[in-house]
Structure formats: structure tokens, C-alpha cells
Design a protein. Structure first.
Length: 264
């Protein structure tokens, strides 16, 4: 049984990036807390899999194949949401990708592609969800940022960091504009959470995992399920006075002085 403050029964959540990783975990977390779901991803097969798990929980679910770097497709998806559910209470803005390239080498096309996906895509979803939530006088938006939203990563993350920095400001601006009208906007900033891409990079460079772990006092990398509790908290009435917050999900990475700490 769900403690009532965290209960999402009767609410509708849209989660992008729901075919895998943190989007999938977030969607399942919302469904476990009682919400009905709309899922968005470019990976139709993965999303069907997530949808089947949500159905098994007894919740309604509608998977929509949608590239969230394309505003027209986002708007079409929200029209489908209006027809199917007629409301949106929660937005989980998770999908979107970066590119790795040194600042002196990255092309403007690469930068534009990352900004289109992570900034325009996230903002268009916020705008479509926000319009509907403002009309209803309530709602919770959760943007996935990164520690790259507020610190520099190096290692070729320039385009990704510029985009994630924009996600932090998008969150603060929207919270400032909308919170007085019932719509909260928060962001989760993860450190390294194991996914397919990260696994491949760690396999290619045997020292990489140790490098990452040196920056994580908790002593392990993140896993997708780490986002479940935090996402349900931010979506639910347990967090009604929390808005405009950038919440690190990082095993203590941000708290630690990068140059001055070592194990005893
Ligand atoms: N994993 C990490 O270490 C980490 C850390 C900080 C931030 N993030 C961010 O969190 C988000 C989720 O990461 P993850 O680790 O769960 O990744 P993941 O690769 O496991 O999942 C991303 C999902 O988004 C989908 N997707 C990608 N581009 C899309 C698009 N244009 N339209 C629709 N769907 C699209 C993919 O198909 C995939 O299902 C990403 O924005 C990522 O940049 C990840």
C-alpha cells in the first residue's frame, strides 16, 4: 500500500524516454504509485515492453512512438493525450541524447542536434504540458538534467553541458513563472547511471569505472531504479512546496571537493 502523500492514483503521467533506463524506471515508479501512463520514445519495441509491465500492474498505458526533438511530433502526441486521457498531471521529461566531441572540434551541426533534442525537445514538452496544467491549476513537471547542468564534466561534453545548463535555467524560469498558478517544475541531476552507452564506454576504457567511482563517495555507480523514489516524491503531494529545485542524484558526487578528497 502507498503512503497517501505519495499516492498517484487517478493521475495521468507522460514520460519520454520510457523504452529504457531512467525513463522506463520513472514510468514504472509512477505506475506502481497508481498513475496511468502515456509513454514516448523512438524505440517502439522497448516501449511496448515497458507498457506490458505497466499493464501487469493494472494501470492504463498508451505508448506513442515519438521523436522528442521534433516539436510537430510532440504537439501531435499531446493531441493524442487530450483524446485518450483529457488531462495531464505529471510530465517526466527524460528522453534526449548528447554527443561526445572536443570543444575545438565539435561541429555546429552536432551542437545544434544536441540543443534540438535536449533543449527544444524538453521545452516544447514543458510548454505543451504546462499549458494544460495551467488551465487545470495544477501539475508537476520533472526535467532530467545532469550534473553537467551545474558543473563542467570535460571529456568532450561541451555540447551536452551547454544543453543541460539550459535545462537548469528552463526549470528555474518555468518554476518562477508557473508555481503561483499551481504548476511545479523541478529537475533531477544524475551523475553516472549505468546504461548501454556508459557500459560500452567503460568496456572500451578499463580505467574509466575507477575514475568515476573516485568521484562518488557512495561507492557505486547509479542504476536506473535509483530515480524511482525521487521521481514519485517530486510528482506527488509529498513535495507540494518544492519547486524550482535542482536535485542531485549522484551518490554524493557534487558534495565532494574533486581535488581534495581521498579514502582513509
Ligand atoms: N545515464 C547517465 O549517466 C545520465 C546522467 C545524467 C543525465 N542523463 C540523462 O538522462 C536521460 C536518460 O538517460 P538514460 O541513462 O536513462 O538513457 P537510456 O539510453 O537508457 O534511455 C534514453 C531513452 O531515450 C530514448 N530517446 C533518445 N532520443 C530520443 C528522442 N529524440 N525521442 C524520443 N526518445 C528518445 C532512447 O530510445 C532511450 O529509450 C538522458 O537525457 C541523459 O542524457 C543520463
Amino acid at each position: 500500500m502507498i503512503y497517501s502523500l505519495f499516492d498517484l492514483s487517478g493521475r495521468v503521467a507522460l514520460v519520454s524516454g520510457a523504452a529504457s533506463g531512467m525513463g522506463r524506471a520513472m514510468a514504472l515508479g509512477f505506475a506502481e504509485a497508481g498513475a496511468d501512463l502515456m509513454l514516448a520514445d523512438i524505440n517502439t519495441e522497448g516501449m511496448e515492453n515497458t507498457a506490458a509491465q505497466i499493464e501487469n500492474l493494472g494501470r492504463c498505458v498508451l505508448p506513442i512512438t515519438c521523436d522528442v526533438s521534433q516539436p510537430d511530433l510532440i504537439r501531435t502526441m499531446f493531441n493524442q493525450l487530450d483524446q485518450e486521457y483529457g488531462r495531464i498531471d505529471i510530465l517526466g521529461n527524460v528522453a534526449g541524447e548528447g554527443v561526445l566531441a572536443r570543444p575545438e572540434e565539435v561541429t555546429m551541426e552536432q551542437v545544434q542536434k544536441v540543443l534540438q533534442s535536449l533543449v527544444i525537445g524538453r521545452f516544447c514538452c514543458c510548454q505543451e504540458a504546462g499549458r494544460r496544467m495551467l488551465a487545470a491549476g495544477k501539475g508537476s513537471i520533472i526535467n532530467i538534467g545532469s550534473l553537467a547542468s551545474i558543473t563542467a564534466l570535460g571529456r568532450g561534453h561541451i555540447a551536452y553541458s551547454m544543453a543541460m545548463g539550459a535545462v537548469a535555467q528552463m526549470t528555474r524560469e518555468l518554476s518562477t513563472e508557473w508555481s503561483g498558478r499551481g504548476v511545479r517544475v523541478n529537475a533531477i541531476l544524475p551523475a553516472q547511471v549505468i546504461n548501454k552507452g556508459l557500459k560500452a564506454r567503460m568496456e572500451a576504457d578499463p580505467n574509466l569505472e575507477t575514475t568515476y567511482l573516485n568521484g562518488i563517495p557512495a561507492g557505486r555507480l547509479g542504476v536506473s531504479d535509483d530515480i524511482k523514489g525521487l521521481a514519485v516524491f517530486l510528482a506527488s503531494d509529498a513535495s507540494t512546496w518544492i519547486t524550482g529545485a535542482l536535485v542531485p542524484m549522484d551518490g554524493g558526487n557534487l558534495a565532494m571537493n574533486a581535488g581534495g578528497s581521498r579514502a582513509w
